[in-house]
Design a protein around this ligand. Sequence first.
Ligand code: G3P
Length: 214
Amino acid sequence: MKIFIDTADVQEIREANDMGILDGVTTNPSLIAKSGRKFRDVIEEIVKIVDGPISAEVVSLDHEGMMKEAREYAKIHSNVVIKLPMTVEGLKALKICVSEKIKTNITLVFNANQALLVGKVGATFVSPFIGRLDDISQIGMDLIRQIRTIYNNYGIKTQILAASIRNPIHFLESALVGADVATVPMSVIKQLTQHPLTDLGIERFLKDWEKVPK
Ligand code: G3P
């Protein structure tokens, strides 16, 4: 499973990239706002740090507006992936992006029918939001499972990008179910590295090392 970081904070992106585990980056308007920086500046900096897909989201609601943004952002770097919303207008923009060979990530996907449509039109990535479904008492992971089955049934090549991951269990289950990618915040990436027995083991080794004649 590929790992993307879900942030617009370039310091976090640098750190995850230095760990050698990073395959790409996803951003959204909320994450850009949190960075306190201009959208274009952030994307231009990220493409210099990570050599992999970098999702940049449009904010227009009509497909003409989405395409204007998409063409502009796609010019920044060949790794830029245009994030489009799962709407009728988003699908129209997706169709045009596919014909223009612009990479796409369809976001805010909350059921498998939406994902089937996205796959049919030919998106590069589909982003089902696990955590936000859990928030409203629906099992987010069931959605990933359903999409995996449907995409396998019909040989759909769109990559399933498990999004809205809030904890290590979401990450683990995404891998078990066969998501192609998981996008995770830095806090979860750090949690993935940790185990109390690792810390205890290091502590013991260091204590015993003190007894070794120097
Ligand atoms: O990038 C989209 C997604 O990962 C958002 O996550 O935690 O705001 O639901 P969250």
